[in-house]
Design a protein around this ligand. Structure first.
Ligand SMILES: [Zn+2]
Length: 246
């Protein structure tokens, strides 16, 4: 867990999950080709934690080399043609070394994934995730940063010559990192940026903020280590507490 100005809205997501509240503790989770949403059996308040546990179980299988590769058949493809019911959404980097579905051992129709260079909470990314939450009923968003992110690295090297579009993205990252002081390592910068992206995502969206405050949505920040392939779950975004009427 990081200390500092990003930590105020973060809390440790790794609390115990009540067994009766989780659908995903069976030996072979979600391998059914049935496109029905298993979350329908849970209350809205139970869904975020249950889905987080499902993701963490999938990632653990990947780490241990026991991936089940669920929902990867053509039968599953056909089953989701008429509509999607993803269980979680992920905002990640476009980096080819961070293949989101593989990291969570998931398949067609399981994850709503938004990726761009630098894991940026752009307007397009926020709109996409609002769609996932508001229209598809996703109860969990993972903001997944990673080690050695090229966009973050570029932000630490202002001498680089970039195209106008790249310069806009990298300049935004550079301004963000300057808030934390000018002497962060690349790893510290990648971690800080992931936390900032998660906070900016929520605090730029009325819909996401409302769902978060209602307990129907969790937004959690994760950091993917390229060397170990493990995800460090850094914490979840807390909703801003506004003062009541005086
Ligand atoms: Zn990256």
């Amino acid at each position: 867990m990081l200390d500092g100005c990003c930590s105020g809205w973060l809390s440790d997501p790794r609390g115990p999950v009540r067994p009766e509240a989780c659908l995903f503790t069976m030996a072979e989770p979600i391998v059914s080709e049935d496109p029905a949403n298993p979350l329908d059996q849970l209350s809205p308040l139970e869904r975020p934690r249950a889905v987080l546990q499902w993701l963490q179980q999938g990632h653990q299988r990947f780490l241990e080399g026991h991936s089940l590769h669920p929902h990867s058949t053509r039968e599953r493809m056909r089953a989701v043609v008429e509509g999607q019911h993803p269980l979680a959404a992920v905002l990640g980097c476009a980096d080819s070394r961070v293949p989101v579905e593989l990291l969570f051992d998931s398949g067609f129709g399981d994850l709503f994934v938004v990726r761009n260079a630098g894991t940026m909470s752009t307007t397009a990314a926020i709109a996409s995730l609002e769609y996932a939450v508001g229209h598809l009923g996703v109860p969990l968003i993972v903001v997944l940063g990673h080690e050695a992110c090229g966009a973050v690295s570029a932000a630490l090297h202002p001498e680089l010559l970039l195209t106008p579009n790249l310069a806009q993205v990298v300049g935004q990252l550079r301004m963000e990192l300057l808030q934390f002081g000018g002497d962060l390592t690349l790893e510290e910068s990648c971690r800080r940026h992931t936390l900032s992206a998660a906070g900016n995502l929520v605090h730029s969206s009325v819909l996401l903020t409302d769902r978060l405050r209602a307990g129907q949505l969790t937004v959690v920040a994760g950091y993917y280590d390229l060397h170990s392939s493990a995800i460090d779950w850094m914490g979840q975004v807390e909703s801003i507490r506004y003062p009541g009427p005086s």
